[in-house]
Design a protein around this ligand. Structure first.
Ligand code: 13P
Ligand code: SF4
Length: 314
């Protein structure tokens, strides 16, 4: 049992426990600012997967959602992987249960599908897939798919249709969606665009077609940082989850970032990403729990398509 030190503020306590545990803190771009500020690495799903695979820490504390921590465990099984709140799920992952995908593949065996799964899915779905992709490499992954196979893309129909537009490759799409990104609408983004006509609109590919049509750039959260840094523009409308604004403002302090609004809110929060708090992070390090575990047979089957993706993207 690790002793908590009296009189320390929460962030200092987290850092103290992290050193005691020889842990690495990996945080997704949608985490609250306090967590981003003390993480060892902040990034998108692809960057976080590489960090999880390459770390020599004993413990990976994953400040993100369940499928991200599970991916870390799949590709680095000897590590203890902990997630501050086990309830940090994902609507995309929920939209495609492994049993439903297995049944669908059985019913359409004649199609001999090559299954490409967006990383926002469970280990069970990954285990049924040929290759995994993230928003950062989906175009490459689809372009590398065998030309003589029918593609089934799961679970995000919006990311899937964006990749079809970019590659011209037909795919059958699972009907899942991110509940956060579909909240942005043509009206809400059209209105903010009219208010700031000089600001490029930068949108995540999980947004609907109508919103992507209004965007100057559609890309993963990590690529948003590069795009905004390299662009000559001074201000940007960021159409993704609100946590992204902290990363952008911190790394590119000279520019202005405006949150893309929904029809009802000035910005969009993911209730799953926001389940993680500094207190829960401190407790997770102190207790080494909640821990991610999964059956070894599933882990092994889920690892192959992730490795395939990592090799395609290096
Ligand atoms: P990125 O990999 O682009 O960060 O996306 C992850 C995610 O959950 C988007 O909603
Ligand atoms: Fe899932 Fe959407 Fe939240 Fe990303 S923002 S974790 S896709 S629910």
């Amino acid at each position: 049992m690790v002793a908590l030190r009296e009189g320390y503020d929460l962030s200092a306590e987290v850092l103290h426990l992290k050193r005691q545990r020889n842990a690495i803190i990996l945080a997704h771009n949608y985490q609250i600012p306090e967590i981003q500020d003390l993480a060892d690495y902040v990034g998108d799903s692809l960057g976080l997967s590489y960090k999880a695979k390459d770390t020599d820490a004993d413990v990976i504390v994953f400040c993100g959602v369940h499928f991200m921590a599970e991916t870390a465990k799949i590709i680095n099984p000897s590590k203890k992987v902990i997630l501050p709140d086990l309830e940090a799920g994902c609507s995309l992952s929920e939209s495609c249960p492994a049993e439903s995908l297995e049944k669908f593949l059985g019913q359409h065996a004649d199609k001999n599908y090559y299954v490409i799964a967006y990383i926002n899915c469970s280990a069970g779905v990954k285990a049924l897939s040929d290759v995994i992709c993230t928003s950062g490499n989906a175009v490459n992954v689809v372009e590398s798919a065998p030309i003589d196979r029918n593609i089934l893309f799961v679970p995000d129909q919006n990311l899937g249709s964006w990749v079809m537009e970019k590659t011209g490759r037909p795919m059958d799409l699972w009907r899942g969606a991110c509940y956060v990104h579909v909240e942005f609408t043509k009206n809400s983004i059209g209105a903010i665009r009219a208010r700031y006509p000089e600001a490029p609109v930068v949108a995540h590919p999980e947004c609907t077609f109508a919103v992507r049509m209004l965007a100057d750039e559609v890309c993963s959260t990590e690529k948003m940082v590069r795009y905004c840094r390299d662009s000559e523009a001074d201000s940007f409308i960021i159409v993704t989850e609100s946590g992204m604004l902290h990363r952008l403002r911190k790394e590119i302090p000279g520019k202005t970032f405006i949150a893309g609004p929904t029809n009802t809110c000035a910005c969009a929060d993911c209730r799953f990403m926001k389940k993680n708090t500094l207190e829960k992070l401190r407790d997770a390090l102190a207790n080494l729990a909640p821990e991610i575990s999964l059956p070894e047979s599933i882990r092994q089957r889920a690892e192959l398509p992730i490795i395939r993706m990592l090799e395609l993207s290096r």
